[in-house]
Design a protein around this ligand. Sequence first.
Ligand code: NAP
Length: 347
Amino acid sequence: MISVGIIGGTGYTGKHLVKFCSNHQQVAEMNIYANSTAGEFLHDIFPEFSGVIDNDRIQSADQLSYDHDLYFVSLPHGSSLDIINDLISKGKKVIDLGGDFRLNNPELYNEWYGFEHRYKELLNKKHYGLADLYNINGYHLISNPGCYPTAALLSLLPVVCSYSSKIASVSVNSYSGSSGAGKSPKQHLLLSELYSNVKAYNVGKHRHQPEIQQELARCEYEGPFSFVTHLFPVDVGIYSTSIVHLKESVPEEEIRQTYYENYLGKIFVRLRNVPPELKWVIGTNFCDINITVNGSIIIITAAIDNLIKGASGQAVQNMNMMFGFKPSEGLITESQLEKLELKLGEG
Ligand SMILES: NC(=O)c1ccc[n+]([C@@H]2O[C@H](COP(=O)([O-])OP(=O)(O)OC[C@H]3O[C@@H](n4cnc5c(N)ncnc54)[C@H](OP(=O)(O)O)[C@@H]3O)[C@@H](O)[C@H]2O)c1
């Protein structure tokens, strides 16, 4: 059993961390830390937890206890650097849901995040925690992937890692709901701006672009790449369409087999016969993926809940891996797991 500190537990992603940790059989104790809400009670911030989760007082992140075994850090980017350096130097385990440690190259932080990275040596010690494909055992600092990169990389890595030399170009078009930007109010995220509307934003300069390219480069693909992010009128969810142009066609069955092998036994990735719908995954830790092969063009559609699969659910998967807990622990019930395993067994 472990004790967990959730720093930023009163935010959009933090709320789900609180819920998952309170359901987790191996989490004996949980403290929530924040900033402006410090001193308030959990039920005043999240009344839906009343009668379900203990009504603890929110602690100030400035008075962090070092007694926890694991810290989830879920703060706005740029705010986590000193806290994480402090925790790691004290031998603690950390899962960072923000972007402060995702990029390997310190030089890129100025360009994409607007700050100078102060802890370059920690960037080499962290592991990028794409939980369904990477093994993070043995690492103390896990950098949890961004929400868009989670959907894009789970869509792309099986094909890119198998056929990198045969790829002419990769493009990703993604759509996100308003919760992707956190809880602080912003004019462009008002209902009156988003309702009945769709728009592209940060074209060619979204900070998740170098993150996706970094992981594609691990599979030796550094060719043409485009990434376009859009806002669409939902509160939660990411829908991602990735297109891979091959230099020559590969048999469709071979491509499908690659995905099947990569996700064999991975309970949180569901390969679908038709393009997934957002409604199938909201409120869950699933990433639903469909592959369409059209000659030398491969089209991969994927849907996730940005706050769960794209953040807190994946972070709990990483915690489970870090401590050797069951992969599904805290995320789905035993009876749901049995049904899933049965379905996976059917192929
Ligand atoms: N939203 C998403 O879909 C998503 C997905 C993946 C990753 N992420 C990343 O996860 C992180 C959190 O995102 P979010 O959407 O949950 O943000 P959010 O809703 O804005 O919540 C931010 C949290 O951080 C706390 N906080 C802010 N400044 C702080 C400080 N200086 N010291 C201590 N606590 C502070 C806030 O506390 P108070 O409530 O007390 O102010 C709140 O609990 C970000 O780095 C984001 O990029 C977000």
